[in-house]
Ligand binder design. Structure first.
Ligand code: C5P
Length: 293
């Protein structure tokens, strides 16, 4: 049996450049892995794909990205129909949260299946399968921060950013998820957010090499325009984090997770306490060290 951790990410920047003829959006994004993980186990067994999951809200059929990744792999690797796999997914990462939890699960499934069946596919083929499953899945085939372009599937891995060494992220999820297709569709009503100027990602990456104070104001997410309009609570989280002196705050991906960047862990813990005192809600929260991926 193979056991794998499946991590998630935040977008330090998500700059949408325009809508493409294929319906997707051209973008540049700076992705940072987080050591906050779901767990998956894989076992060769039976003739089919049998998926189970700790979270009853998730489908366990071909609507689940894990199932689709396993199915795509078996097909691409020409595994005979007499061979199958049993997979269990233990969720910890919140759903529809902008953290790429499901995408990470799919990427880990591709890697684990390849391992389980003796590496029939080269990394380039796995990257191709990942891109066909979803826009940010290829990112999770590697474990580093990255610049992603195209619709998010073209990945340039980067070293962990020196300016973030020793910093922490406080993540807060309000208890409701946001549909990614909905968030992208809404951009049609926000022309400035739909047509960002290219180059912001390169500028942020360059500043993150040396200068956190200069980099922090460059954190940016085009999808905040529609999402914060519809969900003012997320705007309130950001206002609060700014008042409390967070180094930066931003919504991740299409939301609903908001993160605050702080210095040492004690500062993130204090911020969390203040957040709970102020909002008094049943929030999902996590504190993650930025540099350990
Ligand atoms: O590729 P993925 O399945 O993650 O994307 C979910 C949805 O988000 C797409 O169907 C599309 O509506 C939107 N999207 C987009 N442009 C991107 C990525 C996603 O319009 N670059």
């Amino acid at each position: 049996m193979l056991e794998k951790a499946s991590s998630c990410k935040v977008n330090l920047l998500l700059n949408i450049l325009g809508k493409r003829a294929d319906g997707f959006h051209e973008l540049e994004t700076v992705l940072h892995p987080l050591n906050l993980c779901d767990r998956l186990t894989f076992e060769r067994a039976g003739e089919e794909i049998k998926l189970s999951c700790s979270d009853p809200r998730l489908p366990i059929n071909s609507k689940n990205l894990v199932f689709r990744a396993a199915d795509l792999f078996l097909d691409a690797a020409d595994i005979p129909p007499s061979e199958g796999v049993r997979i269990h997914l233990q969720k910890q990462i919140p759903l529809a949260a902008g953290l790429g939890g499901g995408s990470g699960n799919a990427a880990v499934t591709l890697l684990a299946m390849n391992e389980l069946f003796g590496h029939p596919l080269p990394p380039s083929k796995l990257a191709e399968l990942a891109a066909s499953l979803g826009s940010d899945i290829a990112f999770f085939l590697q474990g580093k921060p990255a610049l992603a372009t195209g619709r998010g599937e073209i990945i340039r891995p980067l070293e962990f950013f020196p300016a973030l060494r020793g910093t922490h992220l406080l993540l807060v999820h309000p208890g409701f998820g946001i549909s990614t297709p909905w968030a992208y569709e809404q951009l049609a009503r926000f022309p400035a957010a739909l047509r960002g100027a290219p180059g912001r990602a390169e500028r942020l990456i360059s500043l993150l090499q040396t200068d956190l104070a200069a980099a922090a104001p460059e954190f940016y997410n085009s999808l905040e325009a529609p999402v914060l309009r519809k969900y003012p609570l997320l705007e309130l989280f950001q206002e609060f984090f700014r008042e409390e002196g967070a180094l930066a705050t931003l919504m991740s991906g299409s939301g609903s997770t908001t993160f605050a960047l702080t210095g040492e862990r004690g500062q993130a813990e204090q911020l969390l306490e203040n957040l709970k005192a102020k909002f008094g809600l049943n929030l999902w929260t996590a504190i993650v060290r930025t540099s350990d991926g």
